[in-house]
Design a protein around this ligand. Structure first.
Ligand code: PLP
Length: 416
């Protein structure tokens, strides 16, 4: 069997596939494994009850049930859902939106695949363009999404050291020389893997650089604004005609329904929908069916504000306390947890690299994400990239405490 270049590239083991495999098989291999690696959201009874009641209401109505199971929607997604999304965002934030500015995807992951390849890769004039990440480390799930090779460029951030073993990455505008080859800029806010939330000022400056370059700013709000609002710091939602805001229902507690939402200028939405039609034909109906009423009533925002954000804020504080105690005396730094549900730990001068630490922890029954994968696109060598790990703190608190203890033991051993 001979594979095409596409076949070779997309069938090889990639960082994201390896990670998802690990997540999937780790529990089979070791039922006691402490899962601090994955992107699954925590379980919130209030949110689960709300989703269940929405689904039950749909199932009790034969017409709605038929729309849920028996119909293909257009490649753009259910018009009623798109209208409710646009209305809510226009009402809340004054953004000039109609249903024509909204498209649905089967999870935001697939939207990034289409969008990235729409703006980067081989251009009609034969030149190549890349997706520029203005602040690395970034979401590992982007890393292999380009149809071509060498698809990303990235800017190394400034490190601001803060009290209490904390630090924060900031966009280094002096380094951010956006190459002419960039086809779009992209960042997640809050950032997976670090929990960083780019400031409003940083977003505004990136927005103006993107406009000057006549390229879109792709803003990944999977954890962010306006929902699921897993943000513990002041930050304003951002959208304008040059921004492609990509949202998701996953981190609200619905990763299994696979629903992403793209908010962009009409011509971009139109182009996206054509591509989505080829790849997916149509999107799944369950996410829009569950969420339409929540958008109509605005409940999606209160759910995020009153239940989701406080849950993760509390968990983040507990995890930081746990690590501060367990790592006492070691040269450790924690990225200031401003959002999402990971802690990003930096072990300065770590004598082993993050891959080795990951392997040792896996042997000890704790799954984390080694940080070096998340610096894709960065061309220069930077030892820092091998000194970081990502740890999720959403699982059962007792398990998390055990995980923290084991991580600290292994880190201590590594420094001995
Ligand atoms: N963006 C970020 C930053 C993520 O962490 C994830 C998943 O973990 C995604 C996008 C993709 O999420 P989904 O495809 O479930 O919408």
């Amino acid at each position: 069997m001979k594979l095409s270049l596409f076949g070779e590239k997309f069938s090889r083991d990639s960082g994201i596939v390896g990670l998802m495999d690990d997540l999937g098989s780790a529990l089979d291999d070791n039922p006691e494994m402490i899962m601090m690696g994955g992107g699954n959201p925590g379980r919130l009874p209030g949110a689960e009850a709300l989703f269940q009641s929405r689904l039950e209401a749909i199932m009790a109505d034969p017409e709605k049930r038929h729309k849920l199971f028996g119909l293909y929607q257009a490649p753009l997604g259910d018009p009623e859902f798109r209208r409710e999304v646009a209305d809510l965002l226009a009402r809340q934030f004054g953004w000039k939106l109609s249903a024509d500015n909204i498209a649905i995807s089967n999870g935001s992951q697939s939207a990034f695949f289409v969008l990235f390849n729409m703006f980067a890769g081989k251009m009609p004039d034969g030149t190549r363009r890349q997706i520029h990440l203005p602040l690395t480390p970034e979401y590992l799930g982007y890393a292999d999404s380009g149809l071509g090779e060498d698809f990303f460029t990235a800017t190394r951030p400034e490190i601001e050291r803060l009290d209490g073993h904390l630090f924060k990455y900031r966009v280094d505008f002096s380094r951010l020389e956006l190459e002419k080859r960039a086809g779009a800029m992209c960042f997640s806010r809050p950032t997976n893997p670090t929990g960083n939330v780019m400031t409003d000022d940083e977003v505004a400056r990136l927005d103006s650089i993107a406009r000057e370059q006549d390229i879109p700013l792709i803003l990944d709000g999977a954890y962010g604004l306006p929902f699921p609002n897993i943000i513990f710091t002041g930050a304003s939602p951002h959208w304008n005609e040059n921004t492609i805001l990509v949202l998701s229902l996953s981190k609200l507690g619905l990763p299994g329904v696979r629903t992403g939402i793209i908010i962009a200028r009409e011509d971009i939405i139109h182009a996206y929908a054509n591509a989505n039609g080829i790849v997916n034909l149509a999107c799944g109906n369950i996410g829009p069916a569950i969420a339409t009423e929540l958008f109509r009533t605005g409940e999606i925002l209160t759910l995020a504000r009153d239940q989701i954000a406080p849950f993760y804020r509390q968990r983040a504080a507990e995890a930081v306390d746990g690590f501060r105690q367990a790592l006492e005396g070691l040269p450790f730094h924690i990225h200031k947890p401003e959002g999402a549900f990971f802690l990003w730990l930096w072990f300065e001068g770590l004598p082993i690299n993050s891959q080795e630490l990951y392997a040792r922890l896996k042997k000890r029954g704790v799954l984390i994400v080694p940080g070096h994968h998340c610096f894709f696109g960065l061309k220069e060598e930077w030892p820092h990239r091998y000194e970081c790990i990502r740890v999720s703190y959403v699982q059962d608190p007792q398990q998390v405490r055990r995980g923290i203890r084991i991580i600290a033991e292994e880190v201590k051993k590594a420094y001995l």
